[in-house]
Ligand binder design. Sequence first.
Ligand SMILES: C[S@@+](CC[C@H](N)C(=O)[O-])C[C@H]1O[C@@H](n2cnc3c(N)ncnc32)[C@H](O)[C@@H]1O
Length: 149
Amino acid sequence: MADKRRFDLFAELLVTRFPEVKRVFDVAGGMGKLNEALVARGRSCLTFDRRHKHLPVEYAERDFTLDEPCTADAVVGMHADGATRVIIEYAAKHGLPFAVVPCCSDNSMPYKPWMRHLAELGTSLGMTVDEVTLPMEGRARVIIGQRGV
Ligand SMILES: C[S@@+](CC[C@H](N)C(=O)[O-])C[C@H]1O[C@@H](n2cnc3c(N)ncnc32)[C@H](O)[C@@H]1O
């Protein structure tokens, strides 16, 4: 069972690490709870997920792909599973900062190699990557990437 505090903890980290960011793409956002937590902190947010049942937040009921027009200042994902890799590729394509809290991989890779692979992907795409851990249960490690830090 994932930690219910994860959305507030992640939102708090995002506004602290990216104070200049006004609009966020929340990829694979499920119900839209991260969206709520970001809006409560004065940010605008668009959640992408194929779910039809979700909170009344700004929401695109579709998969997120590299073809999505960019109207955000940052792209993020909490336990985004199959969308985690595309978040990093999208950030690199548009020169945006990203933050992901990886959970399951998209190719059955175990957690630790998956974490290494994602960090290396960010670096190979020209981003400066670092890692922090949220104070919560479960998959809590966050990979953060920015251009030219
Ligand atoms: C483990 S759930 C996490 C949901 C939410 N972030 C949370 O922490 O509760 C993974 C979500 O990823 C979504 N997903 C997977 N690939 C996606 C993609 N390419 N674009 C958008 N959503 C995707 C699934 O529909 C599912 O809701």
